[in-house]
Design a protein around this ligand. Structure first.
Ligand code: FAD
Length: 625
């Protein structure tokens, strides 16, 4: 039966973080898009922590924004607290993080999607995929509808055969209060896909009115908060809500241990792998038995709610244990629960089954994005969603895929890691995963990506203009500094304040300003500089770019040159028809892996674990180099 007579360009299955960005991107690129999701009230629902960004993840949100995605804007519009993490380190490590009002976040996302042209909505559950041999041509739903499409993006998150665990209780579900999704995994496995199981967990939510904050340490937001979006449609926070910090103790640990025999983590009921870097509290006290205490961050869920997210206390222990143990934490003695913590197991598809465009290798026009690819985190999901949305739209327009290199974006690192190395545990982004992190900063995502996105037809003209202006003004300011000669009368009082040796002749300001002990703002007392800034409306953002250039241009140039070298290998393609079985001089392991991953370039081949430098040399010879 089909009540939908249209053949859509793109159907997006699932309206989580990946699905929402995918739907926005494909629709904004002119593709007629349908977003099908189980519950339209839960668009981009934050299943776990009500926060976006953080180390490396904040850079991803900035990249999404620079490309014209919505996650940064929604975060800014619904933020209750903002922090720039790692500000004491070099700019490659600065990472924005914001806490959002959970309910407003979902509402804002839905409003933005509703205002997006070319985008239709439908609430139902997809329980099957329609194929024409090795091509996807549509989806089937629980209500028995068949909806046709040229491309389909599956972003089912933690819902595929989801199984929720709390202590000894187990029940089907995709997330607290929502049903699991069946049918999709089965259809894909029948087509030859490999699937696996992963798990994740979430802490209890409690009533903030029942907590004693006097026993905790206040954690306010930044004094001068920044924001995610490069566009002026959002503004920085004028008011913020504080979080609080408290700790578990030996009593908490003893009480938690009392429930270990009933823990699905330890009694063998949960067999799948969880996120190593976001462990449950029982996992923490088990693995780090000698640690006397663990941090517990008390995070408000919004402006107008008393609900609190107990960050650091993720658990699937039985309710009675959760209840007893949490009361031993200072400030939680009289706590009232809103909801107990739980763990969830779900199907994922090893991402080595995808190409760089996130299209599956087995089925043409079928794309996967988000947690289904073995990742964890809203930011990782949203980034993949945006890229899958772009690439599905490009596919319908018969255009080449849009692929970001590892040296261009964390998003490039994320997708390349997933499809080249795969992942056996929930994958999250870290700065250490990026070999060119000095290039991939949160302050320059727009400079790196907006022009590319504008060319695709995704980033708006306004974004492009702002980037062009930022580039131009940064260059002009650097040129001005290179030319501006300053006298010892100008400079010595500044040096003296910083206990630095005086100069005895005039110098170019550019040289002095590069000194690590000095900041651009120290020189604002120099009249000529001040006049330049005022006359040319040089704002904080430009000054930051200039400062980074002054202090880090050496490192940046070095990384650029390393990246260029690698990109030369990136430009040595391996034809998809290349027959590795005929190359006897490859090691057995390398041949197996190369056959499985089918890298598109020598560079990608070199990143596959098991492919050694000598295997790469062999391939280079075969590619005529
Ligand atoms: P989701 O946000 O899960 O969205 C999937 C969407 O698809 C949902 O709207 C769902 O209704 C819809 N859907 C699913 N199947 C169908 C179907 N067949 N038909 C129609 N619609 C469908 N991340 C962390 O970084 N750290 C954590 O500690 C963490 N803990 C988590 C704990 C829990 C209990 C859960 C559920 C998630 C946790 N996450 C955590 C993961 C985080 O929520 C996800 O990484 C992120 O939301 C993934 O985004 P997504 O778009 O892939 O999927």
């Amino acid at each position: 039966m089909s009540l939908f007579t249209t053949t859509y360009d793109v159907i997006v299955v699932g309206g989580g973080h990946a699905g929402s960005e995918a739907a926005a991107a494909s629709a904004n690129m002119g593709a007629h898009t349908l977003l099908i999701t189980m519950n339209l009230q839960n668009i981009a629902q934050m299943s776990c922590n009500p926060a976006m960004g953080g180390i490396a993840k904040g850079q991803i949100v900035r990249e999404i924004d620079a490309l014209g995605g919505y996650s940064g804007i929604v975060t800014d519009k619904t933020a209750i607290q903002f922090k720039m993490l790692n500000k004491s380190k070099g700019p490659a490590m600065w990472s924005p993080r914001a806490q959002s009002d959970r309910m407003q976040f979902a509402e804002c996302w839905r409003n933005m999607l509703e205002q997006t042209e070319n985008l239709d909505f439908y609430q139902d559950s997809v329980n099957g995929l329609i194929f024409d041999e090795n091509k996807i041509i549509g989806v089937k739903t629980n209500l028995g509808l068949e909806i046709k499409a040229k491309t389909v993006i599956v972003t089912a998150g933690t819902f595929l055969n989801g199984l929720i665990h709390i202590g000894e209780k187990t029940f089907g579900g995709g997330r607290a209060g929502e049903g699991a999704s069946t049918g999709i995994t089965e259809d894909l496995v029948a087509k030859g896909f490999e699937s696996g199981r992963m798990k994740t967990g979430t802490p209890p939510r409690v009533d903030g009115r029942s907590l004693d904050y006097s026993k905790m340490t206040e954690q306010p937001g930044d004094d001068n908060p920044e924001k995610f979006s490069y566009l002026p449609i959002t503004s920085v926070l004028k008011e913020q809500r504080s979080c609080y910090l408290t700790y578990t103790n030996q009593t908490t640990h003893d009480l938690l241990r009392e429930g270990f025999d009933r823990s699905p983590m330890f009694n063998g009921r949960i067999k799948s792998t969880g996120p190593r870097y976001c462990p449950s509290v029982e996992d923490k006290i088990n693995r780090f038995a000698d640690k006397e205490r663990h941090q517990v961050f008390v995070e408000p869920e919004g402006w107008n709610t008393v609900e609190i997210y107990v960050n650091g206390f993720s658990t699937s222990l039985p309710e009675d244990i959760q209840d007893k143990a949490i009361r031993s934490i200072p400030g939680f003695e009289n706590v009232k629960f809103f909801r107990y913590g739980y763990a969830i197991e779900y199907d994922y598809f090893p991402p080595t089954q995808l190409t760089h465009s996130l299209e599956t290798k087995l089925i043409e026009n079928l794309f996967f994005a988000g947690q289904i690819n073995g990742t964890t985190g809203y930011e990782e999901a949203a980034a993949q969603g945006l890229m899958a949305g772009v690439n599905a739209a490009l596919k319908t327009q018969n255009k080449a895929p849009f692929i970001l290199k590892r040296s261009e974006a964390y998003i490039g690192v994320l997708i390349d890691d997933l499809i080249t190395k795969g992942t056996e545990e929930p994958y999250r982004m870290f700065t250490s995963r990026a070999e060119y992190r000095t290039l991939l900063r949160q302050d320059n995502a727009d400079l790196r990506l907006t022009k590319k996105s504008f060319k695709l037809g995704l980033a708006s003209e306004e974004r492009l203009e702002r980037v062009t202006n930022k580039e131009k003004k940064t260059e002009e300011t650097i040129e001005f500094l290179k030319k501006l000669s300053v006298t010892k009368e100008d400079i010595n009082p500044i040096l003296e304040k910083k206990n630095l040796a005086a100069i005895n002749q005039s110098m170019k300001l550019y040289k002095i300003a590069a000194r690590p002990q000095l900041n651009f703002n120290d020189f604002l007392s120099i009249e000529k500089l001040n006049n330049f800034i005022e006359e040319n409306s040089i704002d904080k953002e430009i000054i930051e770019q200039v400062e980074i250039h002054l202090k880090y241009s050496g490192y940046i140039e070095k990384e650029k040159s390393n990246a260029d070298k690698l990109n030369r290998l990136e430009n040595v393609p391996i034809p998809s028809s290349f027959d590795y079985t005929k190359v006897k001089s490859l090691s057995y392991e390398a041949r197996e892996k190369l056959l499985k991953i089918k890298p598109t370039s020598i560079s990608q081949a070199s990143r596959i674990s098991g492919v050694s430098p000598s295997d790469v040399s062999v391939l280079l010879v075969y590619m005529g180099r």
